[in-house]
Design a protein around this ligand. Structure first.
Ligand SMILES: Nc1ncnc2c1ncn2[C@@H]1O[C@H](COP(=O)(O)OP(=O)(O)O)[C@@H](O)[C@H]1O
Ligand SMILES: [Mg+2]
Length: 257
């Protein structure tokens, strides 16, 4: 991997307050300059708010967030609408999944790719071949994750959550933000999700992940950014973060590590 350029996100002087209380206050942070980056910190540290500001689904009060693409171009994300993010390769898993209720599993995946995956409107007629090319990939993911019937409608919260992750993968992001992607999923599904995350990262996607299972963080991540009370306190390799006195005091507690 060494010399390969990856897309990364630069966060500069970004602040966000709610009701007069500062919940994110980040001077300078680069996310995604390694294959898999963990974002770690206690509840309320500002991790979700920071990810939402990257997607511009929450507007920062101050500061700038830019995407440095692997092709060398730079895009100011803080002035880009959320629905344009995927066109620039920036994709985030969502927590509230709304659009899987009416469509079959296969159709909802096809729709997700067709509506968010392309920068330009697809020519009439080209749509069908695009759809069928995607369909093969979708079917292979569905099979891998044990969806026996692609014409069924997703029922459980776990199925919807997994489909949202598959939607993200199908978009072939250059940066993928995952906010607790495996929370509530059965262990065997979690293992498969982690496996595809590794594959994606090895193929050049920069993955930024918030995950409560610390064993996952230590094992999966190349680097870890530690946040508390809205601020980035350090960014280092997992072993150093795990051994750090401040991290232990603010997050891991005695007896951990
Ligand atoms: N929409 C909101 N309105 C008011 N307070 C919020 C809102 N979103 C987040 N907060 C507050 O901001 C702080 C950081 O929250 P969050 O970013 O969700 O932290 P984390 O994801 O690290 O647990 C918390 O104190 C939370 O209560
Ligand atoms: Mg959160």
């Amino acid at each position: 991997m060494g010399d390969q350029r990856r897309s990364s996100i630069r966060v500069e002087q970004v602040q966000k307050s709610y009701a007069g209380r500062m919940v994110v206050d980040v001077d300078e942070l680069v996310l995604g300059d390694v294959p898999i980056e963990g974002l770690l910190g206690p509840n309320g540290a500002g991790k979700t708010t920071l990810m939402r500001m990257v997607m511009n689904s929450v507007s920062p009060d101050a500061g700038r967030i830019t995407l440095n693409s692997s092709d060398g171009s730079t895009t100011t994300l803080s002035s880009l609408p959320t629905h344009k993010m995927a066109h620039h390769g920036v994709v985030k898993s969502t927590q509230v999944i709304t659009d899987f209720d009416q469509l079959t599993i296969l159709d909802s995946m096809l729709l997700a790719v067709a509506t968010t995956g392309h920068e330009f409107p697809v020519r009439p007629g080209a749509e069908r071949s695009l759809m069928s090319a995607n369909e093969d990939e979708i079917r292979s993911y569905l099979e891998r994750f044990g969806f026996a019937d692609a014409t069924a409608i997703a029922m459980s919260a776990g199925e919807k959550k997994l489909l949202d992750i598959l939607r993200c993968l199908l978009l072939k992001p250059s940066i993928l933000l995952l906010d607790e992607p495996t929370a509530g999923l059965p262990d065997e599904v979690t293992a498969k999700v982690l496996e595809v995350i590794r594959e994606l990262a090895a193929d050049g996607t920069s993955v930024v992940i918030v995950e409560h299972d610390l064993d996952v963080i230590w094992e999966l991540c190349d680097e870890v950014t530690f946040m508390a009370e809205g601020r980035v306190l350090m960014k280092d390799d997992p072993a150093s973060i795990r051994a750090n006195a401040t991290v232990i005091e603010k997050y891991l507690g005695a007896g951990h590590g």
